[in-house]
Ligand binder design. Structure first.
Ligand code: GDP
Length: 526
């Protein structure tokens, strides 16, 4: 095998690409920051928070995130650790943006679910977990905030199994809880690790590692904690399920870790075991069968489009997940959906704290390229024939609808431009109502907060004030009705006809039973 090939395969096999999900405030940002700290990508903790603050400055519409204390968009970070090249995809915690989360998960090979030890499985954890489950990717659990009073670890295991319906297997087990968190026991290696130092979480922690038999641990932990640990280990071994990595990879068993992101206790043991257990870049489905990452034909799909990341440039970035082959700056590839060659001229990657231009990248990596408005979500890029298309990214049916107008009729052009760009990003879905003598825009969203984002971004990025009139509809169905004359259709007073961006007919309903009535009233239409 030629040498170049070897390095290519080595590069692929050291990639780990995962998303972090959590209910807001469980500690996702803190954990991300600590992973960067261990990767040496930042020297002192506190920088990611600073970056979070700085991001607001450079990307003004994120002001809305600050005001509400939520994260609206997903960002991407890459760093190196122990020979691994790690890509972390951050996801919005709020359920109103679960569609964005789903798109992000399509680009990830596994997910880490952060849980607050005191709160257990929270509402958003449940929703986000469901989205992960739909993707069928491995899910790892990091129980956070062990430095404080929290639920009993056995109780948390049970809660995960009951509420989320996934079996759990603790890989390590906390020693000392409720403000007395001393260390973890690694069940795989049958080793105790007791933490010390750590400079209140600003620097990486020192620890003493050894076998449970080591006398030193009785001394370090004291008789009570040591005794409790021995009892816990016995209980776990008796009651617990077998560990089966295949079931982990199928998303049927979640490996569980305990730690405290703020003090760094348990972060490194988690990272080491997680990286070993999680999947390498996975094959992806195309219309020509599965494509494996070791395939040398470069290919990627676009999973996120974001406009106006930098208000000074009003640029639009398309994020792609590389699935096969090696990426090189300036390469020409086929944009399969458009049937055109495009040059990938200014590829950017998001390292710990900066955007940088990338020269090369490998399967598992995420890069952003400048998009002059040609890409759509789900599009495939492919270097050499035979060209293929990755499975599209599904859109979620909207559950809230509103009529939206430009407050200033003189700004209609800007308004239309803004709305269509934000719909291309997947922020909103746009429909038109045409059966009322004029054309009116209907916006569909999965969560109401998306409408707020629309309003905010139109004002700040396009200078357009809008008026929003909420509509009572909750359900949408696509109707296979090709006739342009819709007057022949039976439409009840609590439903409405509109067209999507492809001019396909959609019907909006207030009540679910309205759907059945429509089908009965219009025989032959699906
Ligand atoms: P996110 O919303 O999930 O990104 O959560 P953040 O990382 O912003 O954390 C939310 C709050 O919890 C912040 O005030 C953190 O300082 C705090 N926090 C995060 N991790 C820990 C931890 O391990 N222990 C304690 N006591 N607090 C934590």
């Amino acid at each position: 095998m030629p040498e170049q090939n070897n390095t290519f395969l080595e590069e692929v096999s050291r990639r780990r690409t995962f998303a972090i999900i959590s209910h807001p405030d469980a500690g996702k940002t803190t954990l991300t920051e600590k992973l960067l700290l261990y990767g040496g990508a930042i020297r002192l903790a506190g920088t990611v928070k600073a970056r979070k603050a700085q991001k607001y400055a450079t990307s003004d519409w994120m002001e809305i995130e600050k005001q509400r204390g939520i994260s609206v968009t997903s960002s991407v970070l890459q760093f190196e650790y122990n020979g691994y090249c790690i890509n972390i995809l951050d996801t919005p915690g709020h359920q109103d943006f679960s569609e964005d989360t789903y798109r992000t998960l399509v680009a990830a090979d596994s997910a880490v679910m952060v849980i607050d030890a005191a709160k257990g499985v929270e509402a958003q954890t449940k929703k986000l977990f469901k989205v992960c489950k739909m993707r069928g990717i491995p899910i790892f659990t990091f129980v956070n905030k062990l430095d404080r009073a929290g639920k009993d670890p056995f109780e948390l295991m049970e809660e995960i199994e009951k509420v989320l319906g996934i079996q759990s297997y603790p890989i390590n087990w906390p020693i000392g809880t409720d403000g007395n968190f001393k260390g973890v026991y690694n069940r795989k290696l049958a080793q105790i690790e007791v933490f010390g130092g750590g400079d209140h979480g600003r620097a990486t922690v020192e620890s003493t590692v050894g076998s449970t038999e080591d006398e030193i641990f009785k001394e370090l932990l004291g008789d009570h904690l040591y005794g409790k640990l021995c009892d816990d280990i016995e209980l776990l071994d008796m009651a617990g399920d077998e560990f089966d990595i295949k079931r982990v990879h199928n998303g049927e068993l979640t490996p569980m870790f305990f730690g405290s992101a703020i003090t760094n206790f348990g972060v490194e043991p988690f990272l080491n075991e997680f990286l070993e257990m999680t999947t390498l870049p996975m094959p992806r489905t195309t219309d020509a069968g599965d494509v494996y990452p070791d395939n040398e034909n470069f290919s990627a799909f676009i999973f996120k489009i974001q406009a106006n990341m930098n208000p000074a440039h009003r640029d639009r970035i398309a994020f792609m997940r590389i699935c096969s082959g090696k990426f090189q700056k300036g390469m020409e590839v086929n944009h399969v959906q458009a049937g055109k060659m495009v040059k990938l001229a200014q590829p950017q990657q998001f390292l710990a704290q900066d955007r940088v231009i990338v020269d090369e990248a490998y399967p598992g990596d995420i890069i952003g390229i400048f998009d002059p408005g040609i890409f759509n979500l789900g599009d495939t890029l492919c270097q050499k024939p035979p060209y293929f298309k990755y499975q599209g990214i599904p859109v979620f049916p909207p559950e809230h609808f509103a009529r939206v107008y430009s407050a200033d009729t003189m700004k209609r052009k800007q308004f239309i431009k803004g709305v269509s760009q934000l719909s291309e990003e997947g922020t909103i879905q746009v429909f038109k109502q045409t059966d009322i003598g004029r054309e009116e825009l209907i916006i569909g969203v999965v969560g109401m907060l998306q409408l707020e984002v629309l309003e905010y971004r139109l004002k700040n990025e396009y200078g357009v004030d809008i008026r929003i009139q909420n509509l009572p509809y909750k359900f949408i169905r696509w109707a296979d009705y090709k006739d342009s004359d819709i007057s022949k259709l039976y439409i009840s007073s609590d439903s409405m006809i509109a067209r999507d961006k492809n001019e396909d007919l959609v019907v909006l309903f207030v009540y679910e039973w309205g759907i059945q009535r429509f089908v009965e009233g219009n025989k032959g239409i699906n």
